[in-house]
Design a protein around this ligand. Sequence first.
Ligand code: GBH
Length: 493
Amino acid sequence: MPFKRFSRRQFGKIAGWSALGTSVLPAGSGLAQSDADTAARNRKPLPGFPSDFLWGTATSAYQIEGSVHEDGRGPSIWDRFAEKPGAIADNSNGDIATDHYRLYKQDIQLMKTLGAKAYRFSIAWPRIFPDGAGAPNPEGLDFYNHLVDELLANGIQPFATLYHWDLPQTLQDRFGGWTSRDTSKAFADYAAHVTARLSDRVKHFFTINECSRLVHLGHEYGADAPGLKLSPSDVKQVRHNVALGHGLAVQAIRANGQAGIKVGPAENAVSCIPAVETPANIRAAELATRELNAGYLTVMLEGKYTDAYLAQAGKAGPKYTAEDLRIISSPIDFVGLNVYMPDHYVVAADNERGFTLAPFPKSFPHMKATWLRPGPETMYWVPRHVAKLWNVKSIYITENGTSGSDQPAADGTIYDVDRIMYLRNYLTQLQRATSEGVPVHGYFLWSLMDNFEWSDGYQERFGLYHVDFETQRRTPKLSASFYRETIARNAVA
Ligand code: GBH
């Protein structure tokens, strides 16, 4: 009974209620009672996931394919960026990566072993249009034709992402990449070309992976390709052009795809967790979610930038037309969410915004990657907020996972119990969401196998399968067993 140690006033402070100026704790607080309820609930076995829940794994082209000069592929901004001294922690690049371009059949067997029924991969734009636009390269598309056929032959549904950051270098050189809306238009042309050729077999398309990361890390901090450090107003324009590219692609996919195909973004929404679950804090976390995703999900789903976003941007705001906003908010069929960590713990506040973002204490834990703060409840709140705020009827968790040190033990096994701990807790929270009716229809674990982790090179391993980058040998980690068992039971193992 840890609560007994606090006076009611102290506890109110800790919970952030004093910031509200009211006490949410009812008279005769009943805390002992609710403790007992929790204990009783925990004794019952958790319900499983919905019977048609789709389990899968996720990867992206540049992180796994290698073969960057094969079959007419053009250079991408990541090939160029990786050449810069110091850009990649271990001075590596994606030239070989996990050699998936050649080993894809074997990799599909790894998915099959897990019992996974879906696979999220990305298509490399520079394979399809080596110059970004103009003449298509049929040999580049052939790789994805073979990949899709092999997936279907093995009972695995393909979910294709059109843009996972590997912009054709030519577009960077010619237009300044995403700083120009010419790139947004070229993206739509590429999306049209691909869907016309794959949508007889691929029924789900994601437009852009994590708009915010490509905007911020690529164009503001220079930590990702193309390595730019633009002014605040230019960053806002890039953000707008990326959102426009998403909307134009949605329209192009519908116009060129077969009837019944489904399309949506794969966003890493800024995640806002009520620090303590009170109605006021939950509301505050919803407000924060809407404001902090203003340039991404909010504009995609509402067709306008929030007043606060525009007011805060002032003269540095993006230039756009009403037509742009209509395009950006073209109807989508689902929202894909990459969920890794809590971005903010939120407390209700009597200020203009209606919320306070709690600073992270130095003692907050992290996984192997220092940015990856484990907060399993983010897996409950993000889909719940998205469903509630925008009445979204279908959600896929398009990524979730963690890196680990993954050292083999004396018997050769990688007992990655830290990854299992992380996954078990996040999936338990996902189960809470689905059992409450939050419409999450599938989950793609990041990642099938260790791969090129962008500016961290090969030093951060996210895979269920360990990859020896010298020999390309794949070995299941213990977490692969955990995931196989979870899929088999359709409940957290
Ligand atoms: C995803 O991004 C990517 O889609 C995927 O390609 C990647 O491999 C995977 O996650 C694992 O990272 O500037 O050092 O503070 C994950 C979300 C958000 C993670 C931004 C890195 C910033 C790191 N990313 N975050 S840092």
